[in-house]
Structures are given as C-alpha cells and as structure tokens.
Design a protein around this ligand. Structure first.
Ligand code: FDA
Length: 424
C-alpha cells in the first residue's frame, strides 16, 4: 500500500517534470519562415524558453526563393508614418506601430552586423549581394544565440486551451505533446503550396473564433481568355515600361513599372503590383507608351516620313509590339504619310489606353503573397496578440496585411515578429 503511494507520488512528480521542464516552453512558435525565425530569435534572446516548429524539412523556403535567390529583404522607401502607401488590407494603419518600432534601418543594421553585403536595385529595394542563403544563415545564428529549440519536420495536429495559468496551451505534435504559456502562429499564407504553404493559421484563427478577411492571391500574374489573347500571345517574353491602373476615378490605383507579356497573359512588376488592387470582372488600363505623347509623335512623323506606321511606332515601343499592334487594323498597315489623322489618333489612343478585363490570375501556385487573412480588428497592434485569446499571437503574412512588391512583405514579417517577441 505504502509502496504504491510512493509510486503514485513519483509518477506525479515525473509528469510534472515532463510537462513543466522537458515539454513546457514559455513560447511555441509554429512556422519557421521569415516571421517565425525572427520572433523566435528575439524571444530567445530575451531569455525565454522557445520551441520553433515547422512541418517542412528546411526552414524559410520562401526566403530561399525570394528576390530571384537574392532576397529583397527590405525597402528603404518605406514610410512608417503612412503604411497605407505600401500596404494593402482592411486597415493598413494597423501595421504602423510595429513598423515604426522595428524599421528598415534596424534590419539593415542587423544585416551589416552579420557582414552580409547588399545593394539597392530599384525604388529603395535592398537585395543580398551573394545569396538569400546568407540571410537564412543569419536568422539561424540569431536563433542559436537565443538557444531556440527547433523541431523539423514536425506536424502540429492540435492546439487547445487548458485551464492551467502557466501551461495555457497544449499542443499535440508528431513528436509528442508539448505545452506553452504563449503560442505564436507564423505559418504564412497560401502561396506556393509545393514548398509548404498551408491554411493552418486560418484554421487556428477559426478554431479560436477570430474573424478572417477573405483570402485571394496577390502579387500574381494575370490571365486572359485564350481566343481573345491569341493576337498577343506571340509577344510572350517581351518586356517594356508602362503605366498600369485599375479602379474607379475616386479609388484609382496606378503603377509605373515594367510589364511582361506571357503565353497566357501579363506579368512583370507592373502587373504583380496592380493585381493586389484589382477586383475580378473589372478592367485594367495600360499605357504602353507611358513616356511619350504618341498622338503628337505620329502626326509629326506623318509630315516627314514615308515609312510604314509600324516602323515609325518602333522608334517608341519594342518593334514586336509595334508590328502586332498595327496588325489590328487595315488603317494602320500603311505608310504613315498616307494614314488619316483620325486613324493615327485612334492608334495613339488605343496604345496609351489599352483596356482589358483579365479572366483571372495564375492563382496561389504563382502568387507571391496571400491577400486577406486574420482580421486585424481581432489583434492588438502593439503585440499581435488575439484580443479574446490571451497568449495566442499571429504574425507575418497570416495577418490581413499585404505589402507591395519590393521588400515590404519581409519588412512586415520582421516588424510584426519583433513586436510580438517583445510581448511574450
Ligand atoms: P513564410 O511563408 O515565410 O513562413 C511560413 C512557414 O510556416 C513556412 O516555413 C512553412 O513551412 C510553415 N508552415 C506552414 N504551414 C505549417 C503547418 N501546418 N505546420 C507547421 N509549419 C507550417 N517578399 C519580400 O518582401 N521580398 C521578396 O523578394 C519576396 N519574394 C518572394 C518571392 C516568391 C516566389 C514568393 C512566393 C514570395 C516572396 N515574397 C517576398 C513574400 C514573402 O516571402 C512572404 O511575405 C514572407 O515569407 C512571409 O513570411 P511568413 O513568415 O509570414 O511566412
């Protein structure tokens, strides 16, 4: 009898040790991407016991493939006082607090501290000189500095709330049960499922009754109806600078960037940027000769030239585009001096305001980001903690904050992760 009581006490003591010593953490972070790694490093360096879990074999696959393998890790032009300029979501102002407490300059200082060479390419976009791998190595070194424990590959099968004040959350994983005072969801969005994207974060939000904003692919190439696109499909591979816009007069959004023709539609920075603002069923307007007044140029050519209109046009836009464009009307397939003023004006008008309605996008398999996500009204902008679920945090792309192309999404991942880590 006495012996069995001793055994019972020993078992209870063992369970206590198992839960509170071996398998209990101050914070468990799910998702070892940009935001998860950065949050884990900061929390660990604050002295917290941190477990970082990812279901993929390798960490940070998106950092690895980003920026053409060189990771556009931040943007110098980010205006932290006016986040609506570079971020999309129901309430872009939400990210102001985190972005102003961890700025591009802070991240650049960290990159410099690790001796990683970088350069500015275009409009404030900073890239690693050598490889995105250098940034991943930097984040792993920062995690090691914070003694972060990492479990990979490891699947989380459930997250539940307990009534224990210390071990507030219990998790079942493919490596056993764990508990934590805080749980951080950093599982990103839905883009590029083949490298590990899942809807895990949205499912956890729903499980804990947090509202979601509808998700759709962002920074994504656009597609057009097969038959209607046929005349332009021959232009696949052609790139040129354009002005692209969408939306009503009041809410018009425009970008001046490069456009790329593809076999199925349009891509390139101009289209990726506008895709985050485009609403299905509405048109895009593209000025293919954004730097020229084509009407004036063609009328001037009429006075001095006998060349074909397509040849005159080729002085202002790529010749493949000029040829394809002029094939659209018999009035445009003649020497410029024989064309009527009206035909030239029509040609110029169509070139500078090409209106077309995309049939859709290339979807999550090609999108760089997911628009929508966890509704910011359910989170604290100081800490990223769910207002109704103490100890449950959401950071990075899983939140309804989406940056422009150009390093803004990584800056959001760093800043939201930093804000969260300070509050764990
Ligand atoms: P991220 O996607 O980085 O990480 C999520 C992690 O969670 C992954 O490691 C995943 O395996 C893990 N995970 C998912 N489901 C899980 C589950 N059920 N259980 C456990 N783990 C799970 N941005 C930018 O600023 N500059 C750039 O140059 C680029 N370039 C770029 C190129 C391409 C091709 C893409 C697809 C995206 C970009 N981006 C970008 C966007 C940028 O990569 C993205 O916004 C950030 O990586 C988001 O960081 P997160 O940490 O939130 O998610």
């Amino acid at each position: 009898m006495r012996q069995s009581r001793v055994r019972q006490r020993a078992t209870r003591f063992f369970c206590f040790c198992r839960v509170y010593t071996f398998h209990h953490f101050d914070a468990i972070i799910i998702g070892a991407g940009a935001a998860g790694l950065f949050c884990a490093a900061h929390a660990g360096q604050r002295g917290l016991r941190v477990l970082l879990i990812d279901h993929a074999e390798k960490v940070a696959e998106k950092i690895r493939i980003s920026g053409g393998g060189r990771c556009n890790f931040t943007n110098r032009d980010l205006d932290v006082r006016a986040p609506h300029k570079h971020f999309v979501g129901q309430n872009p102002q939400f990210c102001r607090s985190a972005l102003s407490r961890y700025t591009p300059a802070d991240f650049i200082a960290l990159v410099d501290k690790h001796g990683i060479g970088h350069h500015e390419k275009h409009k404030g976009q900073l890239f690693a000189d050598r490889s995105a791998e250098d940034l991943i190595a930097m984040l792993l070194a920062e995690c090691a500095d914070g003694k972060v424990e990492r479990w990979q590959p490891c699947a989380v099968t459930s997250v539940s709330r307990t009534d224990d004040d210390v071990a507030r959350y219990a998790l079942e994983t493919s490596r056993g049960a764990v508990s934590a005072h805080n749980v951080v969801i950093a599982t990103g969005g839905l883009s590029i499922p083949k490298i590990g994207a899942t809807d895990f974060g949205y499912r956890i939000a729903t499980q804990f009754d947090l509202p979601l904003i509808e998700r759709r692919p962002g920074l994504v190439p656009m597609t057009f109806d097969g038959a209607a696109w046929e005349p332009y499909a021959q232009l696949a591979g052609l790139a040129l600078p354009v002005e692209i816009s969408t939306g009503s007069k009041k809410e018009r959004m425009a970008f001046v960037e490069d456009l790329l023709f593809t076999h199925r539609g349009l891509s390139g920075p101009a289209v990726l940027q506008i895709s985050s603002y485009w609403q299905p069923g509405t048109p895009l307007a593209i000025n293919l000769a954004a730097t020229e007044n084509m009407g004036e140029q063609l009328l001037a050519a009429k006075v001095r030239s006998r060349k074909l209109i397509a040849n005159e046009l080729a002085a202002h836009v790529p010749s493949r585009l000029a040829d394809a464009w002029c094939q659209q009307s018999a009035d445009w397939q003649r020497p410029v001096n024989e064309a009527s003023d009206k035909a030239l004006a029509k040609l110029a008008e169509k070139l500078s305001r090409w209106e077309l309605i995309p049939t859709g996008t290339e979807g999550y398999k090609k999108a760089e980001v997911t628009l929508g996500g966890v509704d910011t009204r359910a989170l604290s902008q100081q800490s990223m903690e769910a207002r109704t679920q103490p100890g449950l945090f959401f950071i990075g792309e899983v939140v309804d904050i989406t940056g422009w192309l150009g390093g803004y999404n990584f800056q959001w991942a760093w800043a939201s992760a930093h804000a969260c880590a300070q509050s764990l």
